[in-house]
Structure formats: structure tokens, C-alpha cells
Design a protein around this ligand. Structure first.
Ligand code: C2E
Ligand code: CA
Ligand code: CA
Ligand code: CA
Length: 277
């Protein structure tokens, strides 16, 4: 059918199933998202449980497309990885986060920004060099930037990822393992990586009030991390009861809708002002 040329495109399209079609469509639109300024970063605070202070923020990408509306990063980040767009999107996220962190420094807001870096970015082996370049370019000190990566990063390319993490940690960048507990053989990573923080996946936090079992599991993770000098951040904290338990359990930081949803930088500055009064 191929030699019949351009006119057969419709034929192909008709035989593609629905999800394949929408994937193609999404890919096409995502290709232009960067240059059309459809991507933006939202920020969500990380709160210190002992002091109640905001320790920093996590930057979370948002895509607003005129045709599709808002598309979730849970949908388009995996797609970007598959179609080779994650490097350009990831670089944009890194640079925008560094810029924002610098802007907050200049406003005397002492906030560190945590950036999500995907497994594929580590495969290219340029993450550490890129970070060093950006810190120099924007004159940002390394303690105002941190990196979050998921356990699956190690599965894809353990050696390159490990070497990048070692380089990042050497220059003073904190590295957090994201979604802790949802991948497999997590303990091996904890053993070999120079990690600063471990983020307990929200699926473990969800039922800690109702479930003794979940509570014990989270307590065990906290104790293990602390024994290794690793801080623990609880993700997806939505209720006061959860917060109270986590404080009793010795968890270091929490993130979740209880405090604040991810919001644009300007809105976040206002939120910060309100809670600091
Ligand atoms: P993640 O890194 O685990 O981010 C946490 C997700 O939980 C975010 O979803 C956040 O909005 C959501 N969340 C925060 N607090 C609560 C809560 O109290 N309850 C519930 N149910 N959810 C809460 P979001 O922003 O939709 O991002 C989804 C995922 O997309 C992220 O998971 C991350 O894996 C990926 N992602 C987001 N931004 C980026 C990025 O800039 N680069 C890369 N590589 N991945 C990103
Ligand atoms: Ca994250
Ligand atoms: Ca997470
Ligand atoms: Ca997640």
C-alpha cells in the first residue's frame, strides 16, 4: 500500500485505533507546545513539619493547549519520552526553574526549587553538565536547586544515572528519590546512591489514618531513611489527621493539597505572604 503514495494517508488513519489516533494527534500538538508558549510551570510548597516553615517548592509542568485544554503531565511526559521530546522539554523545565529560583533569591525569598528529571534525560548523560552550566549562567548557588528522580530511572540506565547523581551530589545539589516504594528493589538504590531525600509515594500516605499496616510501613521507611541520614518527604498529604500522624512518626517534610495545590509563581508568592503573617 505504501507505493500508492500520499493519497492513501486516509486509509491508514482509518485503520488506526482510537488511542493510536489520539496519541498521534497529541504528539503533533506537543511538538509545537514549546515554541507556542503553551508550557508553564506551577509550584507546590514543601513544608517542614517541625517548624511549619516552607522549605522549598517542587516545579510541576503544565500544558495548556487551545484545542485540547489542559493536558496532564502524567499523560504527556511519558509521550514526550517516547517521541524524543523530553530532552527539549526537560531542558526548558530546568532552565525555567533555575531562572525562577534566581528571581526568588533576588527578592530575598529563600526557596529551593526541586525539578523533576525523567529517566530518559539521564540516559543522554548530560544532566549534570547542563545543571552546572545553568548554575553558572544564572549565578545560582547549588543549594537553591534540587533534583527529583523516580526509581524507574535506575532501571533504564543504572550506570549513567548513578554517575550523574554522584556528580550532582558532589557539586552540592540535593537529590531526592521520587515515588519511593512504587518501583522495585528500591533498597538497592538507597544503598548505592548518595541520596539526600526520599519522597514517600502518596499511595502509601493515603490510608495511614485508617490502616495500621500502612502506618507501620511508612514508619519503617522513615526509620530506615533516618538511619542513613536521608530526609523523608510525605507526598499527597490532604488532611490534618495525616499531618498529625506524620509529625508523630518523625517525618521531616510534607507536600499536599492540605497546604497548597501547585499554582503559578505569582500566586505562590501571595500564598507565601499570607501564611507568613
Ligand atoms: P510527581 O513528581 O510524583 O508529582 C506529584 C503529583 O501529585 C503532582 O501531579 C501533584 O500535583 C500531585 N499532588 C500534589 N499534592 C497532592 C495531594 O494532596 N493529593 C493528590 N491526589 N495529588 C497531589 P502532577 O502535577 O499532575 O504531575 C504528575 C506527574 O508528572 C509528576 O508526579 C511527575 O512524575 C510528572 N511531572 C510533572 N512535572 C514534570 C516535569 O517538569 N518533568 C518531568 N520529567 N516530569 C514531570
Ligand atoms: Ca516529583
Ligand atoms: Ca512523587
Ligand atoms: Ca508520581
Amino acid at each position: 500500500a505504501k507505493e500508492q503514495g500520499r493519497n492513501t494517508v486516509h486509509y491508514y488513519s482509518l485503520t488506526l485505533n482510537q488511542s493510536c489516533m489520539s496519541r498521534l494527534k497529541l504528539a503533533g500538538l506537543l511538538q509545537n507546545a514549546l515554541e507556542n508558549n503553551e508550557l508553564t510551570l506551577y509550584y507546590q510548597p514543601k513544608v517542614c513539619l517541625k517548624t511549619g516553615n516552607v522549605k522549598g517548592v517542587e516545579s510541576l509542568i503544565r500544558w495548556f493547549n487551545p484545542e485540547l485544554g489542559q493536558v496532564s503531565p502524567a499523560d504527556f511526559i511519558p509521550l514526550a519520552e517516547d517521541i524524543g521530546l523530553i530532552d527539549s522539554i526537560g531542558s526548558w523545565v530546568l532552565e525555567s526553574s533555575v531562572k525562577q529560583s534566581k528571581a526568588w533569591q533576588d527578592q530575598q525569598l529563600n526557596l529551593s526549587i526541586a525539578v523533576n528529571v525523567s529517566a530518559r534525560q539521564f540516559q543522554r548523560g548530560e544532566v549534570a553538565a547542563k545543571v552546572v552550566g545553568l548554575l553558572e549562567q544564572y549565578r545560582l548557588s547549588p543549594d537553591h536547586l534540587s533534583i527529583e528522580l523516580t526509581e524507574t530511572s535506575f532501571m533504564h540506565n543504572a550506570e549513567k544515572t548513578l554517575s550523574a547523581i554522584k556528580q550532582l551530589s558532589l557539586i552540592g545539589i540535593n537529590v531526592a528519590i521520587d515515588d519511593f516504594g512504587t518501583g522495585y528493589s528500591s533498597l538497592n538504590y538507597v544503598r548505592t546512591m548518595p541520596l539526600s531525600q526520599l519522597k514517600v509515594d502518596l499511595s502509601f500516605i493515603k490510608n495511614i489514618v485508617e490502616s495500621v499496616r500502612d502506618r507501620k510501613l511508612v514508619q519503617a521507611i522513615i526509620d530506615m531513611a533516618h538511619a542513613l541520614d536521608i530526609e523523608v518527604i510525605a507526598e499527597g498529604v490532604e488532611t490534618c489527621e495525616q499531618l498529625k500522624l506524620l509529625l508523630e512518626m518523625g517525618c521531616d517534610q510534607a507536600q499536599g493539597y492540605l497546604f497548597c495545590q501547585p499554582i503559578p509563581a505569582g500566586q505562590f508568592e501571595k500564598w507565601l505572604q499570607d501564611v507568613s503573617q
